[in-house]
Design a protein around this ligand. Sequence first.
Ligand code: DX5
Ligand code: ZN
Length: 222
Amino acid sequence: TGRVAIAPSMMCVDPLNFETALRRVEALGADMLHMDVMDGHFVPNAPMGLAVIESLKDRTHLPIDVHLMVENNDFFVSLMEGWGVHQISVHTEACSHLDRTLARIREIGAKAGAALNPSTPLSTLDFILERIDYVLLMTVNPGFAGQKMTPASLKKIADCHAYLEARGYGHLPIQVDGNVSFENIPAMVAAGADNLVAGTSSIFNSADSWPNNIKRTRDAIA
Ligand code: DX5
Ligand code: ZN
């Protein structure tokens, strides 16, 4: 696949400085805004409310990339109807009627993604390939920023790449989320990652300056 996309994870931003961070990631040429939605049930955390996503409509030129980590997925998808969201991923583990939920995402005009926890087998994609526009592989257990990559992550990215190719879906982008660090990016891209969720491990790394973090992220991809 082509150029590797960068999706800054906006839950890593201080809520009181959200717009400042937004304008910075716009200026750096980020490809989309990764917006995590958590409900305190599917994952034990609940940062950033949906109101932030709604308020972004007409306030940024960047595509909105929503990652739902919730139990009641259909409720959240329906709420976002009319917000102009570019893409929405749902966790396969959380959807009793996954096929229907994915179809619903496309019905509201968004691209549909299937998100997989680290322990979830790729075979969960077997019967929904026609319904999805991308795959999100979690490379940490979802819920919190600042974690270490789970051990099988690189093998899983490579396996997913081969899995999609073998079934004629090699064009589907693979998004990776969790500990996408300067150190991990080269191996993630080599394994087949097309879209990098950039959080505290790279763009929002507090140990270095903003411009340096951007440069190091780009250098790690190239
Ligand atoms: C997980 C979120 C973030 C992301 C943060 O769904 O998108 O928590 O992992 O990035 P890191 O792992 O670098 O802090
Ligand atoms: Zn995410």
